[in-house]
Design a protein around this ligand. Sequence first.
Ligand code: IFM
Length: 452
Amino acid sequence: MTRLHFPDGFLWGTATASYQIEGAWKEDGKGESIWDRFAHSEGKISGGDTGDVACDSYHRWRGDIALLREMNLGSYRFSIGWPRVQPEGSGPANPAGLDYYSRLVDDLLEAGIRPFPTLYHWDLPQALEDRGGWPERDTASRFADYAEIVGRALGDRVGTWSIFNEPGVFTLMGYAIGIHAPGRRDGDAFLRASHTVNLAQGDAFRALSSVRADARIGSAFSMTACEPAGDDEADAEAAERWHAFANTWFLEPALRGRYPDAFPGGAPLEAMGVRDGDFERMEAPLDFVGINLYVRSHVRHEEGASWGLDARAVGPPGESGPRTDFGWEVWPDALHDMVLRITRDYDTPAIEITENGCSYADAPGPDGRIRDERRIDFFRGYLAALHRAIEAGADVRAYHAWTLLDNFEWSEGYRQRFGLSWVDFASSERERTLKESGRWYAAVADANGFDT
Ligand code: IFM
């Protein structure tokens, strides 16, 4: 047996997102978000589910903090709902919305847990979407105003921030593919949205820094280790371009003030709406790189693939890992490889694993216990891979399991359960029960490691 010990001071945590857990979709002055509108539209979400109540964390956050304590966790990554703070996406703050997050921050600190807010985990105020949404440049300035409001309200107690969660996912799924809010299917809108988001990331970095100079500010990027699908050179080059598109499209602009080589003929700057001075505006010396990683990707060269790319991610090959109940491949090396790739390409930046986890439907047995062994195996594998990356020189400061609670999994509704705690969505109390994986994770956090 070998004991894997993580570096002293390593933080163990979980992550959640406002729309996925809070509920209270129109309480205390909150405005409508694009996810409220999308989920209320017929046929968008599996089973007709909505986030109207979700885990009801807006009322039950104290119980959630108790769960974090029970798991010995030192960091809680949650997101702030923009329409709770600015119901229309501009103008003065809604004090009741800010108060909710202020109480949450106070109670986390009281419990000895680092509050780690994300400014944007996909719930854009609908009023801003009505004015063009992320494809509209002005949204970047609105976002910077919002960042400053939140920074001023919480910055005295919050020292670590994530600006965006998975900008690659919400721009692509929301504006090009249309299976996430706001449900648009328009490649040009996606290209413009991605550029506005890069401008907004730079603006928000400066807005938060202006409030508190010593704040640690990063973003949580969706990442996937890219491997060529075949042996030929064309697939190898396509895998590199897919890496630029899927992994660094929002990171390279911040750290290097330029777009990476995702498109064969260079970034389509005109279609993206790039103007003079934008590259300087996108630049932001992020204090850490947040990595959200679930799967690897196999990439094939394909002329004329979508949005002007010449690469496409295809399913994993025959010899592949087991699947979660969502159908996602379990492949721990993906985390190791991705962390080392970012370490190598960006001069060993501080890294936080901002999300990693799996969906399994295991339900309470007759004794009420949830024996989700497959989730324990998943975390064992990915954490061992992460440990190898740290031993190889990566500067990883924290790991956040996705997620604290079973919750609203976007277009999948409640049928995908990613939680370390089971939530009984049939009960009005939304009763929570720690799964066996939650108990295992508690022991890992307590020991700062585990035996393999
Ligand atoms: O639930 C999502 C989360 O909101 C963003 N990252 C991936 C998770 C699982 O799909």
